[in-house]
Ligand binder design. Structure first.
Ligand code: TRP
Length: 337
């Protein structure tokens, strides 16, 4: 065990906009399971950020907080190693965001490739809510209010972290050294494609497998997965490139030896989709079965869920309060302290 003083502070989070799926598992949950052993890890349920594009559906955001918490705990994150924080209940984040807004230009926000892409997907055009356009500023506050060293994210979030680093540098230069410059910790796992092989996994596109999927649903989803359209008969040579079944096997099948054998036979036209899909169904059942069981147990005890989130939020808020005290001094607004 490392001494707490040597531990890096990790801050990461998700917008509660739906239950988590296999893409989250491979891309972020596995990394968090590791980090909770080695670092002081805070996981933020970013409900304020979820409201930037779901402001018309507060009830939905509220419901999804429980969904995401259930997935975290069922996947193996535990409250004694990871601190779960509910963003809306840490008003220091909103407070800090207001001061950060002065350090960012509108032009810079409009240039952010991540935000641009999300705006395109959502079809905002120039009628983008200011809150959404400014979410990277809010996210900079998420990170710095905990004075985090590391921020594990997927590649698509890199421009947002870069923006946070810029803000930190400006703040430190203008008001004096206050924040640690946070570093992105890139997940090395390539993004899992959706079941159709065309796009990323997305709940709205219905091309995901959720962690809570029933065995029947897993079967159905694997059956519909995109494979190799050129392989019509078993004897046709098969291709692995862009073949979603094999992409998923690569990500989740632990038995690499026999997977290699299957790949060879598939490529040589000695076996077909049926064997590969059966194998994937088995692998996913093995992975998701225990998660599903733990989830069912936790679902019966919503009060414990709330208590965990409350305790984590209290702890997170204590840390945020302390950082904000220093911020107020730096900004010369520490009137009544
Ligand atoms: N923007 C992130 C996403 O959409 C979620 C998020 C909110 C986050 N606050 C964060 C990620 C702070 C890392 C750090 O996935």
């Amino acid at each position: 065990m490392k001494k707490p003083a040597d531990k890096k502070v990790v801050l990461t989070g998700d917008r509660p906009t739906g239950a988590l799926h296999l893409g989250h598992y491979a891309g972020s949950l596995l990394q968090r399971l590791k980090l909770q052993e080695d670092a002081e890890q805070y996981v933020l349920i970013a409900d304020v950020q979820a409201l930037t594009d779901h402001y018309k559906d507060p009830e939905g955001v509220r419901k999804n907080i429980d969904e995401v918490m259930l997935d975290y705990l069922a996947a193996g994150l535990t409250p004694d190693k990871t601190t779960f924080v509910l963003q809306s209940q840490v008003p220091e984040i909103a407070e800090l965001s207001v001061y950060f807004l002065n350090l960012v230009t509108l032009a810079r926000l409009q240039r952010n490739p991540t935000v641009k892409e999300e705006m395109r997907q959502k079809g905002y055009g120039s009628d983008v809510p200011a809150g959404f356009l400014a979410y990277p500023v809010h996210q900079a506050a998420d990170i710095t209010v905990f004075n985090a060293d590391w921020v594990p994210v997927g590649e698509d979030q890199l421009p947002v972290i870069e923006q946070a680093r810029d803000i930190v540098r400006s703040f430190n230069r203008i008001y004096g050294q206050t924040f640690t410059e946070p570093a992105a910790l890139l997940s090395h796992v390539k993004r899992l494609p959706g079941l159709d092989g065309k796009s990323k996994m997305s709940k709205t596109l219905g091309n995901t497998i959720e962690l809570k999927a029933t065995p029947d649903l897993i079967k159905q989803r694997v059956t519909q997965m995109y494979t190799d359209p050129k392989k019509i008969h078993i004897s046709d040579p098969g291709h692995l490139e862009g073949n979603v079944v094999f992409t998923y096997l690569d990500a989740f099948d632990q038995d690499k030896e026999s997977l290699k054998d299957l790949k060879e036979r598939y490529q040589e036209g000695k076996t077909g989709d049926v064997e590969a899909k059966k194998r994937l169904m088995g692998v996913l059942d093995g992975l998701l079965g225990p998660i599903r069981e733990r989830r069912a147990g936790l679902e019966r005890d919503k009060k414990t869920l709330r208590d965990i989130l409350r305790a984590g939020t209290d702890k997170g808020r204590d840390r945020a309060r302390e950082v904000m005290r220093r911020v107020r001094t730096a900004l010369r607004i520490d009137y009544f302290e």
